[in-house]
Design a protein around this ligand. Structure first.
Ligand code: OKP
Ligand code: ZN
Length: 333
């Protein structure tokens, strides 16, 4: 299977995130990508598909914000990463926001998603990485791996959040729809893919199934509950399967089988797998208990659907084990 990667993604180097009321070292380190690259070997560079496929999912004003945010931060006399501190929880009339702190409040969802000098280039080339992996699958490859970093599944149409800026899985799902395919997205990251859910919530042409930690106990808290079924044309095309902290393979496997049944019933002919390795037992910010070999079993079951599959990297923070966890998943295909 081909792996697509662009080393401009190393330019995203967030320093801090808020954690338990204080600044802590950010979990999305460049070393995550290094560990994966070391374990899987050769990669191919993405081709540039331009802004159009990004703008097919994201709000143009949000894309402008992402391209300008760090320059505006510097122009305001700040140093380091741009991070918000005030959020418009109560909706108000549209305002002409100009101060960087107001823009950060408008276009970010939390204080764990800082924007640095290299963030836009990194996330842009991450999205191009996913689009190039999709090209390989549309051209007939059975599967392809997009080594994206930063991840994407918490980013919505007009907001960053949960370490994510551009929603790589949603961007390629939309591009695949444009190519005439019927798409399902399976999100197996430990955290609910709230951005992906939000983007497709009222659409019936893209099915979203996510297996994740109960949002009563885990980020992103406000979304990912099992009664979120979709709306309008999308009613019945959104499925959240929650599992308690401590879940190991014995209880994960039935949830995966249920997900694959839902995807088969959707009539999809192309699968986007949002793959987070943070379900691993050693993950420092997560609470499931999958073992490295379980990722091979996970891949066997997904591959048994026969669906052409684009695998998009999301989370996974046990850096020492991340390479072998990803390589094990890929070998299972
Ligand atoms: C991004 B992805 C841990 C707090 C974690 C943010 C998690 C973002 C995860 N106590 N807060 O889904 O892997
Ligand atoms: Zn995650």
């Amino acid at each position: 299977m081909i792996t697509v990667f662009d080393d401009r993604q190393f330019g995203h180097r967030p320093v801090h995130e808020f954690f338990n009321g204080a600044l802590a070292a950010h979990a999305d380190t460049p070393a995550r990508a290094t560990g994966i690259l070391r374990a899987i070997g050769d990669t191919v560079a993405p081709t540039d598909h331009g802004m159009a496929p990004l703008a097919a999912v994201h709000d143009p004003a949000y894309l402008t914000f992402l391209t300008e945010a760090h320059d505006r931060w510097l122009a305001a006399g700040r140093t380091g990463d741009a991070i918000g501190y005030a959020w418009p929880v109560v909706g108000r009339r549209p305002l002409d926001l100009t101060r960087i702190d107001a823009l950060l409040g408008r276009y970010t969802a939390d204080a764990v998603t800082p924007i640095g000098a290299g963030t836009w280039d990194a996330t842009y080339w991450g999205a191009q990485t996913a689009l190039t992996a999709l090209d390989h699958v549309l051209a007939g490859d059975r599967s392809a791996f997009a080594l994206c970093r930063p991840p994407g599944h918490h980013a919505g149409r007009d907001y960053a959040g949960g370490y994510c800026f551009l929603n790589n899985a949603a961007i390629i799902a939309q591009a695949a729809v444009g190519a005439g395919r019927r798409v399902a997205i399976l999100d197996v990251d430990y955290h609910h893919g709230n951005g992906t859910q939000d983007i497709f919530y009222d659409r019936g042409d893209v099915t979203f199934v996510s297996i994740h930690a109960d949002p009563h106990t885990d980020f992103p808290y406000f979304w990912g509950h099992p009664d979120e079924h979709g709306a309008g044309d999308g009613l019945g095309a959104n499925h959240n399967i929650i599992l308690p902290r401590g879940t190991g393979w014995a209880d994960y496997a039935p949830a995966l089988d249920r997900s694959l049944d839902l995807i088969a019933a959707s009539g999809a002919d192309l699968l986007v797998l949002s793959f987070g390795a943070d379900t691993y037992e050693g993950d420092p910010i997560s609470g499931f208990a999958l073992k490295t070999e379980d990722f091979a079993t996970m891949a066997h079951r997904i591959a048994a659907t026969g669906l052409p599959t684009v695998i998009v990297m999301e989370g996974g923070y046990a850096v020492d084990a991340l390479g072998s966890n990803v390589a094990t998943l890929l070998s299972g295909f």
